[in-house]
Write a protein that binds this ligand. Structure first.
Ligand code: NAD
Length: 310
C-alpha cells in the first residue's frame, strides 16, 4: 500500500490578516494543529482580526464544538510577526507560506518574489487568490537573470500553488487547488494534504481566470448587480427571488454571503481579472459595482455595501 502523503508543514506563515488570512490562520492552528506566523502591514487589522479570532474560539467552545483546552492551544499556536522589524524575512523557517493579501496582481507578484528570497528551498508558496493566474505569480519567484526553464529557475516556480479557501474559512468546507504550469506534483500533493489537515474537501481546477468557483459565481453576482442597476427589482426582491424561487441558501446581493460579504473591492478585482484575462464581455463588471467601490462602500468589512452593517 502506498504511504500516505504528508504535508510536512511544521510551521505555516500567513501573509495578510484580513477576512481570509484570519480564517486560514484559524483552521491551520485549530484543525491542522500547526504553529502559525501571521503578518500584515496593518497593525489595526491584526489587532481586530485577533479579537475576532478570540470571539470565534469562544463561540465554538460555547456551542460545544471544541473543548476549552483545544481553543487555548489553538490560540497559543498563533504568533504575530511585526511588519516593520520582521517583514517577510520572519517567514524564514516556515515550511509553507499562504498569501492572502488584497486581490492585486502587482502586489502579489512583488510579495512572492520577496517570499521566495526569504524562505528555505522546500517551502511551499501558496496563494489564496480568487482569480489571478498562479502561473504569473509563480514566474515572479524566479530570480533576475535565472532562466525559467533552467533547473534553478524551476526549483523556485515549482513550489508555487493556488490554495483557494472560501469565506468564512472556518465554516466553508472547500479548498480549490490550482496548479500553475510550473507547479510540481510534490507541491500539489503536499498542499492538498495540508488543506485536508485543515478539515477541508479539495477540488482541483486549471489555472484559468477565476478557476471554477469565480468563473461561475462572478457572472451570477454581476448579473444580479446589473438587474439592480436597471431597476428591475429591489435588492431585497432580487435576493428573495433566488432564495425562495431557486432554493439558494442566500441571495446574490445579500448579507450572509455574496458581494457584501466577499468585499466589493475584491469582487471588482476578480471581475476585472476575468474580463481582462478572457476578453469576454460576459465578465464586464457593472458600472454600479465600480461606483460603489469608488465610494469606498466595500460591503460588510467597511460597514456599508448593498446593505448596511452598522
Ligand atoms: N473575501 C472573500 O470572500 C475571498 C474568498 C476567497 C479568496 N479571497 C482572496 O483572498 C485574498 C484576501 O482577501 P480578503 O477578503 O481577506 O481581503 P481583506 O481586504 O480583508 O484583507 C487583505 C489584507 O491584506 C493586507 N495587506 C495588503 N497589502 C499587504 C502587504 N504588502 N503586506 C502585508 N499585508 C498586506 C491588508 O492590510 C489586509 O489586512 C484576496 O486575494 C482575495 O481575492 C477572498
Amino acid at each position: 500500500m502506498a504511504a500516505p502523503i504528508i504535508h510536512g508543514v511544521r510551521t505555516v506563515g500567513v501573509l495578510g490578516a484580513g477576512q481570509m488570512g484570519l480564517g486560514i490562520a484559524y483552521v491551520s492552528a485549530l484543525r491542522a494543529k500547526v504553529p502559525v506566523l501571521l503578518l500584515d502591514k496593518s497593525k489595526e487589522q491584526v489587532s481586530s482580526s485577533l479579537k475576532f479570532m478570540d470571539k470565534l474560539l469562544a463561540k465554538d467552545v460555547s456551542k460545544g464544538k471544541i473543548q476549552d483546552i483545544e481553543a487555548k492551544e489553538a490560540r497559543d499556536r498563533i504568533s504575530v510577526l511585526d511588519y516593520d522589524s520582521h517583514g517577510i524575512e520572519g517567514f524564514r523557517d516556515t515550511d509553507m507560506v499562504i498569501e492572502a493579501v488584497s486581490e492585486n496582481i502587482q502586489l502579489k507578484r512583488t510579495l512572492f518574489k520577496s517570499i521566495s528570497e526569504a524562505v528555505n528551498p522546500d517551502c511551499i508558496m501558496a496563494s489564496n487568490t480568487s482569480s489571478i493566474s498562479i502561473t504569473k505569480i509563480a514566474a515572479a519567484t524566479i530570480p533576475e537573470g535565472v532562466s525559467a526553464s533552467s533547473e534553478q529557475g524551476r526549483k523556485y516556480a515549482e513550489r508555487v500553488v493556488g490554495l483557494h479557501f472560501f469565506n468564512p474559512v472556518p465554516v466553508m468546507k472547500l479548498v480549490e487547488l490550482i496548479a500553475a504550469l510550473q507547479t510540481s506534483q510534490s507541491t500539489l500533493e503536499r498542499a492538498r494534504a495540508f488543506a485536508s489537515a485543515c478539515g477541508k474537501e479539495v477540488t482541483t481546477s486549471q489555472d484559468v481566470p477565476g478557476f471554477v468557483s469565480n468563473a461561475v459565481l462572478m457572472p451570477f453576482i454581476n448579473e444580479a448587480i446589473m438587474t439592480l442597476e436597471k431597476g428591475v427589482a429591489t435588492k431585497e426582491d432580487i435576493d428573495k427571488t433566488l432564495r425562495l424561487g431557486m432554493a439558494h441558501p442566500m441571495g446574490p446581493l445579500q448579507l450572509g454571503k455574496r458581494p457584501d460579504f466577499i468585499g466589493l473591492d475584491t469582487c471588482l478585482a476578480i471581475q476585472q481579472t476575468l474580463y481582462q484575462g478572457t476578453g469576454d464581455s460576459k465578465y464586464r463588471p457593472s458600472v454600479l459595482l465600480e461606483r460603489m467601490v469608488d465610494a469606498k462602500w466595500l460591503g460588510k468589512k467597511s460597514g456599508k455595501g448593498f446593505y448596511d452593517y452598522q
